[in-house]
Design a protein. Sequence first.
Lengths: 99, 417, 1015, 209
Amino acid sequence: MLVLFCPHCQEKREEEEFGYGGEAFRIRPASPDTADDDTWADYLFMRTNPKGWNWELWSHATGCRKFFVVKRNTATNSIAGSWTLSDGRKVYDAEGGSQ
Amino acid sequence: MKKDYSIWSLFTKGLNYNEGWDPAWRSAELKPSYNVVIVGAGGHGLATAYYLAKEHGVRDIAVIEKGYLGGGNTARNTTIVRSNYLWDEATMLYEHALKLWEHLTEELNFNVMFSQRGVFNLGHTLQDMRDIERRVNANVLNGVDAQVLDAAEVKRRIPILNTSRNARYPVLGASYQPRAGVARHDAVAWGFARAASKYGVDIVENCEVTGMDIVNGRLQGLQTSRGSVRADRVGCVASGHSSVLAKMAGIRLPIESHPLQAFVSESMKPVLDTVVMSNAVHGYASQSDKGELVIGAGIDHYTSYTQRGSPHIIEHTAAAIIELFPIFSRVRMNRQWGGIVDTTPDACPIISKTKVKGLYFNCGWGTGGFKATPGSGNVFAHTIANDEPHPLNKAFSLDRFSTGHLIDEHGAAAVAH
Amino acid sequence: MTSHRIRHEKARVDFGRPISFHFDGKSYTGYAGDTLASALLANGVRMLGRSFKYGRPRGIVGAGAEEPNALTQVETGAATIPNLKATQVELYDGLTARRTTGWPALDFDLKSVSGRFSRFMPAGFYYKTFQSRALWPKFEHVIRQAAGYGSAPEEADLDSYDHSHRHAEVVVVGGGPCGLLTALNLGRAGLNVTLLDEQRELGGWLLSYPHAIIDGQPGYDWLKNIIAELRSLPRVQIFTRTSAFALHDLNLIQAVEQLQDHLPLAERSETSPRQRLHRIRASHIVLATGAIERPLVFGNNDLPGILTASALTTYLNRYGVAVGRRVVMQTSNDFAYQGACDLARAGCSVVLADTRTRPNTVWEQRAHAAGVDVRPGYAISGALGSRAVKAAKLVKISADQNSISGDGPTIECDALGSSGGLSPTVHLYCHDGGRPHWDEEKLAFVAPAMGRAATGIYCVGGITGTFGLQPALMQAHEVSDAVLAATGKASVGERRSIETDEPNAIPARRIFRVPDGKVEGHGKKAFVDFQNDVTAADIHLAVRENYRSIEHIKRYTALGFGTDQGKLSNVNGFAIAAEALGKSIPDVGTTTYRPAYSPVTFGTLAGPHEGDTFEPKRYTPMHASHVARGAVFENVGQWLRPQYFLKAGEDQDAAIRRECIAARRGVGIMDASTLGKIDLQGKDAREFLNRVYANSWTQLAPGKCRYGLMLDENGMVMDDGVTACISDEHFAMTTTTGGAARVLSWLENWHQTEWPDLDVYMTSVTDHWATAAVVGPKSREVLAKVCSDIDLSPSSFKFMDWREGTVAGVAARVFRISFSGELAFEVNVDANYGYHLWEALLAAGAEFDITPYGTDAMHLLRAEKGFIIVGQDTDGSMTPFDLDMAWAVSMKKPFSFIGKRSFARSDTAGPNRKQLVGLLTEDPSIVLAEGAQIIEAPEVNPPVAMLGHVTSSYFSPELGRSIALAVVRDGIKRRSPEGQNAGRDRLFAYFGGQTHRVQVVSPVFVDPKGERQNA
Amino acid sequence: MLEHVSRSPLHAFGLPLQATAINDTRGVWANELPSLGYVSLRGDSKDRTFVEKVTHSLGVALPTSPCTYAGTDGAKVLWISPDEWLIVSQRDRIGSLAADLKAALQGVRSQVADNSGGYTQVLLRGRNALDVLQHTTVYDFAALEPGRVVGTTFGKSSVYAHRSGEGFCLVMRRSFADYIWRYLVRAAAPYGLGIAVVETTGHAALVVA
Ligand SMILES: Cc1cc2nc3c(=O)[nH]c(=O)nc-3n(C[C@H](O)[C@H](O)[C@H](O)COP(=O)(O)OP(=O)(O)OC[C@H]3O[C@@H](n4cnc5c(N)ncnc54)[C@H](O)[C@@H]3O)c2cc1C
Ligand SMILES: NC(=O)c1ccc[n+]([C@@H]2O[C@H](COP(=O)([O-])OP(=O)(O)OC[C@H]3O[C@@H](n4cnc5c(N)ncnc54)[C@H](O)[C@@H]3O)[C@@H](O)[C@H]2O)c1
Ligand SMILES: Cc1cc2nc3c(=O)[nH]c(=O)nc-3n(C[C@H](O)[C@H](O)[C@H](O)COP(=O)(O)O)c2cc1C
Ligand SMILES: [Zn+2]
């Protein structure tokens, strides 16, 4: 049973307030129409699904309704932190996540 | 195969203080190389090895297991076996398995306690009933036994079920598959292990695959916690850990690993002699031969490899069970647990070659692969042996995610005006 | 009262308050403070059931949560509870209970016959036999009948349950001496502390060993003082009868509080719940759950009258019950001595076999002084008796290895107690992934005090393997200080060294299975797990058969599978397995500890989510009107919608027919309030719509509406609805009833994650608007009566226009849209006026016989027009093209809208797709089943290729015949042109075992030119 | 406008007829505060123009700190998210309030939507009010300070909650009000539930406590 810090409400809240949104920072091909089928399938369906640290999207469904990102270890459920989408992106990039 | 297990052997061995029993399977040390290596000694992996040996004459096989055999989802599923799926492709695959189930005990000389006590899928909304009608008609046309029952008939067959019109979601009817039922999950793994072992398959427990050797797009062998092993072909049957293995091969799979929880009540005198499932109320239950109610529901929404989930899921499941069976309110939960299920976007499995030559995946069974165990092993063995899918699993190849030929078994999206 | 009762003033029962109760149909007397177990033992009841596999007589073994045998069915009727451990049932006046095993009768149990064949029923024997396909179901039936303990109630539960969500700085689990002292230290320092204990009274082990002296005070006085102070601390909350049954990620404890089960039935409150589930999120958790004594494993160790040594002691000291008068005990350690002394002082004859050749001399002296006959170097190799223990066979055992070195006496006895050491109660520590470690000196899997301090979990006392009271209390100080340091609080009061009268402990002997001089399996059955009839020989057999992982052993033998979850048996099982495997115990390891520590009632787990609070029922503002008019309701998502309105003498079909005819010929009215409604505002609202819908919104002018299809990225239809342009930067979207929440979240997700730069905001206004659809040729006339400020004329207020005005005196938005194909107006008002609007429209329409209609008629009317229902006519595999709705897709929009790219994939773009069509049965009176399958030929020889299925099907009153919508492979090619019913392709629909000939036609059955809606 | 024909979401329970003045006999007192007006406001907290214009139009400083609310005796503004607020006011003022806001925010990235039919609120009072809330939802209400408002779950639905005097105020969506009320009645049963007279408490809904 997770507890997440909502970077918008600035409070720790119980899991039941949140919705899970899958892997964060999946990038929609800039021009889908010219992407090939495999590229499109990769964006649409393929997941890294890591065992370990995972950058993931959550929404504060019964609170502020904002989407934000969480870095959570899927092997232990420990949580490194949560950030707004833009702040999270910076941390993620700094970690080399987008490579 | 010699039938070592019988009343007679129980009698003679019993007279001799049960000292004469052989190991059910042979524990092996990892050899330097194999023809085929199966990664994951769950029911599916062991069945794959068994059928490879039995039907395809492959004898140089290892099954590598990071923990104890049968300790993955095979050890922790609620054992429902049925074949009344919606789409032809899925129905045929699960029906293939169900037919194998019907003879599995005899075939393996190991009582897997397959019990065809029937499965009810309840309908609580008009759309549920449309879906049930559609699925049952499709089943019948596919040669699968299935019936649509109205609420009164459901009540007659399951008197303890709450069919009151005042229920939050009243039972409007059900689909019923008489040949469906449950089996003893552990026995399936042990039975396949024993039978495969008799064919000379090496079962190597406590051995974790940690890397793959791939040269020029061709798989050469594996790294494991017990050293490296060369293999011509490798079949990964690692359920919730499939993405971890895929990563070793530089592949991404359309899989998310979610906790799926279940629990059992204390053991009680028989009260429920069939299997009842409800999507709308969100829970299902059966009673095992030992007397405990075996109960499950849906997945936890986040991904996790912890083999445990969040308690509110269990709380909601208990609520659903009471809604369906008010008399269970005073019954007590004895133990709860979780597995790691490999869910796919279309709720159908992946049994497929990959872009790495010699590397095959069998995964994505998600919340419902136990029922497929013998069938899955059977067609996967074919796929590996022939480097071509069996006709029954052709539709379950990875390329469906690029072509768009998904086989959506989530059922009709339950929205209506 | 029988001679088992020993009235002494330390007992925690009130001898002044006798209580009568019934067990197995007989009446007995106990005292307030008794458990059912202590009262039965006091009354000389020994045998409480028969064992699960072999039907062997069984009695009480333990005194608390660890009890494996004494499973009882308490009370009857709706109040009955199966499988309560008699050791945990508090006695109350009138309590009625019975045994749960023994069939057909306790004295003659059929399974005891099978017990004689037990050598042919070793572990796993099921797997080896019953292999005949034909006979297995019959065998299975017999197996099932023989299984199980108590019975589920036959009636619904009359009690209620609730949940309580708490947050605490510190939760202390366990109110034994260590938990109490820790709670006191923390409470004194001002922390918010919640203390939980499963038992009726605080005190834990001290309640059973009242002779302990702590700091010169008798144990009970020490207890009384500490509890009094704790209760006086404002930030300390104490919950007794509260079992922490699970510890989840990030320090969440689930605990169940028994609020009423200890009260006589007549005194139970109807307004209060029976049990309460506490969910406590704690910054710090202190586990002070103690340790449970495990018995030794020896031949016939399951006879009634054989208990753990500490249980014998507990019954004597806490309940004033001498289980037997002639007691033989055996021990591997010091713990059993105190109890032996207490029993001897209470007048029992006590022989204590200490498996160690050199016992603790202090204890030995104390025992001698008390009159205990201590036999160092002896062990009990087997018990004698048939329905109760009659004697113990002593043997001499070697000092260093586990073998017999000489014979010993057979000593008659009526009670036997054994102690094989203490097993720390590490369950909660392990639930969320913690692992205990084996301490070879303590001979126990222990949870280190600070092992998980980093995440706020601390352990103290018995759970850490600190088995001496003095060191355990000192550890409580240490742990308290660590918690205080972590919370930044200063400790209050000095940490003096605590003195007790315990002698220094000497090590226990490493023995689990007492030898009987025979090869395992040849001697008398020696039970490890009583509830599942697992013997030491079974474990050896499992290993022989290569079930070598401890998890395999567990699963093959059922070790620890019972309702006690192996509290007495697991460690013995691990140790015996280790021996059989030739491994060390830590190498064998433990099985996984999982919730529940003690079983929890489903009702408690469900709590308030039951009855009319099981799940929300959502009502529209007009609901009361519908009820008054005989509506039958349908669940749509969480909403209740009228399905049809029954008039006297009507059935469902007649009602629907009447409603449809009214809407087509006169005027009908429908409550459409449940549709999802989303208000969008911003400069980029239009562009946003272009991206999230398949069609184009660029041209939609203010005052106009448009239908849109919403797709997922896979290109499949996920929702639909009409969106109105309020102004250039303001749109009002509608969604399906069931899709509303999902669509809003979907839109927010895209906006927030992908296109934050788009200037648009959206807000759900679903609940704000009540919507009445006035439908039919007379709708304009009806509306005109209650709306004077909108020009309703066809030339000024056209189909797909919307207007703002006043209806029935209320500000309204009126949309000229139609889901029926008729002239229709959807009137939206602030929901507080929804009821008023509805009644006003009905009154205005009375002269036209305005007819409220429900979802059934709505479905029928729209099907006559070929309008789809997402989720009924689509199933997540349908593109707009499959629905023949290319007109609702704009492939030219500059931004690649959601789902567009997926159309280009080979399968999605390919031939042979299933497409929406109309179907007409050859026999117009036959209404196809929704869900009928479409096949090519009438013969049914499975497998039959299916071309599609019927999605919607009705008897159309307008056409006087049946109609259907279906999705059919290549359907568009197969169908006849719009308006023509002479289908080109003849197919068959299969359902209910029959086939019916059908023609494939256009899905538009009524008014294909749309003249009526444009009227 | 037409107050006599307006029906609040909890109309069906006939609460006004059961209402009595708060006294000591019950652990919990509750009632609906019907017929208030609600406006959903969206815009960017970081956009100073937006904040200023709203503040000016409402006469209340727009609360931009997370989970806070502010108000005058005429309107209360609940922070919902960094770009969303719920404004509560007397029903008869809400039309002009919304219109004024809309006018003030011309050209500023924002949304103003009258949501008056979409919400209602329930006031909880009494010595066991906190206990009752603890039975309903996961939020730590014991720690909820005056001046703070939180969106959280309530059973299987959701509410916005804040302290109001010694009690609590729960703002809920109309169609869930029936469920939430039944849930409250059930949760309050062990403590005794009284229906409080609204006149004595109604004003409190708008008073910033
Ligand atoms: C709670 C629950 C209830 C369920 N209920 C049902 C049901 O009622 N009916 C039904 O049909 N299905 C059900 N399922 C699903 C079903 O359990 C699974 O689909 C099925 O058992 C999968 O079998 P498997 O052999 O593929 O996987 P597993 O049994 O999980 O085997 C995979 C094995 O691979 C091993 N492995 C993983 N990584 C490595 C590595 N790197 N190296 C070596 N070995 C590795 C794992 O240790 C594991 O033993 C349920 C699942 C759960 C969790
Ligand atoms: N036979 C013996 O000699 C014996 C037995 C037990 C303890 N001891 C010793 O007594 C000393 C102090 O003991 P302690 O305070 O550590 O333990 P304790 O056994 O005195 O107290 C533990 C308490 O925790 C409660 N408990 C356990 N699990 C619980 C759960 N999940 N939820 C709620 N309550 C739960 C029990 O009811 C019990 O009251 C230690 O030195 C210990 O070794 C001796
Ligand atoms: C069908 C089924 C029935 C079970 N019945 C019991 C039971 O009666 N008692 C029990 O303790 N555990 C029972 N279990 C749960 C197992 O003990 C165990 O928790 C589960 O296999 C998961 O393994 P793990 O807890 O070791 O991770 C059952 C499991 C399954 C799949
Ligand atoms: Zn938030």
